[in-house]
Design a protein around this ligand. Structure first.
Ligand SMILES: [Zn+2]
Length: 346
């Protein structure tokens, strides 16, 4: 994890994180953070001084004088988030609430190498630069190491073998960078947007590949090497067609073949069967569908998945399409960076 010294301490991060969810009073901040009223008072003055919080109205609390409300100044700091696909780079600018304010998209050459990528990233970032920028989050195709910021060897990108992307990007951009799998940043975006409602969920990203981001008990599940979610390479047909991963009969290979020959029923059924298996395995109650293929045919994918889910009444599963559309991975990458700013990574 990059060492992001955005705030002057843990207490500042905790207070700001609480203010992110809506207007709060100093008393509520003390109750929820466990800090003393004196500590909260000190932190709040500092954050107001830095322009991150503002006093905004009052709330009546029965007896006693009304209490002053504190609000986050959402555009006081900004973040960038990037989505790297095998053929496209997308960068979005968000405020402290994770709202997308602007974006830039550019094609990437086939089998692009790290120097080409870093230059293109720098070009798009420059177009969105601001002196309020905290840093850049990058959602990249796996496998990669989220903690060290190293991209291992994604399929279809032959020049990428253990590339220290986070360090390269920080050096070129002159900004703090966090790196995570695209599926993880996408599920971070949904978790931010939906809060406590979303605790046990998967986000299924169907782009050039097929992967899942998992939110288990309210936290992103990354696994011991931070590579959990390579679900597209689960074998579902023993004598199936070869896959880019070297095995055969993978979910991703079967889905992409069906999609390529225009068999939407088959393609969406494969995703549906795969999602039903995940529901059985993880006992989740929310499934979010995202990615280019899904956004091109949202109703077909929704129907295909819903039709394959378990029908038991005690096992309801909500299936939806991300409302963040094409921005979900990039916006989530910005939110991942902001989570570090708030000191409460999910
Ligand atoms: Zn495979």
């Amino acid at each position: 994890m990059a060492n992001l010294r955005f705030l002057r301490g843990y207490n500042d991060a905790v207070v700001l994180g609480l203010a992110r969810s809506g207007a709060v009073t100093r008393v509520e901040l003390a109750d929820r953070s466990g800090l003393t009223p004196q500590a909260v008072s000190k932190v709040v003055s500092r954050l107001i001084g830095d322009g991150l919080l503002v006093e905004s109205g009052t709330r009546n609390v029965g007896v006693g004088k009304p209490r002053t409300l504190l609000k986050l100044v959402a555009d006081s700091r900004l973040a960038l988030g990037a989505q790297v696909e095998r053929d496209e780079l997308r960068v979005v600018l968000t405020d402290l609430a994770g709202t997308v304010l602007d974006r830039a998209v550019a094609p990437l050459p086939r089998d692009f190498d790290p120097p080409t990528f870093v230059e293109e990233l720098n070009r798009l970032v420059d177009g969105l630069r601001s002196d309020r920028l905290l840093g850049v989050g990058i959602g990249f195709v796996g496998p990669l190491d989220h903690r060290t910021g190293v991209v291992h060897y994604p399929t279809g990108l032959t020049a990428w073998h253990d590339v220290p992307l986070r360090a390269l990007a920080e050096q070129r951009l002159g900004l703090p960078v966090v790196l995570d799998k695209d599926t993880n940043t996408a599920v971070v975006a949904e978790a931010w947007r939906r809060g406590e409602e979303l605790r046990d969920a998967v986000l299924v990203l169907v782009g050039t590949g097929l992967g899942v981001g998992m939110l288990l008990d309210g936290r992103v599940h990354r696994g011991v090497r931070t590579n959990a979610g390579e679900y597209g390479h689960t074998t579902i047909q023993l004598d199936g067609p070869p896959c880019v991963c070297g095995r055969s009969g993978c979910i991703e290979a079967l889905h992409n073949l069906a999609a390529a020959r225009g068999d939407l029923v088959e393609a969406t059924s494969i995703v549906g069967v795969a999602v039903a298996d995940l529901v059985q395995l993880l006992d989740i109650d929310h499934v979010v569908l995202a990615g280019r293929a899904v956004l091109a045919e949202p109703t077909a994918y929704l129907d295909g998945v819903r039709a394959r889910l378990p029908k038991d009444e005690w096992l309801p599963v909500d299936v939806s399409i991300t409302p963040l559309g094409d921005d979900v991975v990039a916006a989530g990458a910005a939110m991942l960076l902001l989570s570090e700013f708030y000191g409460r990574p999910r």
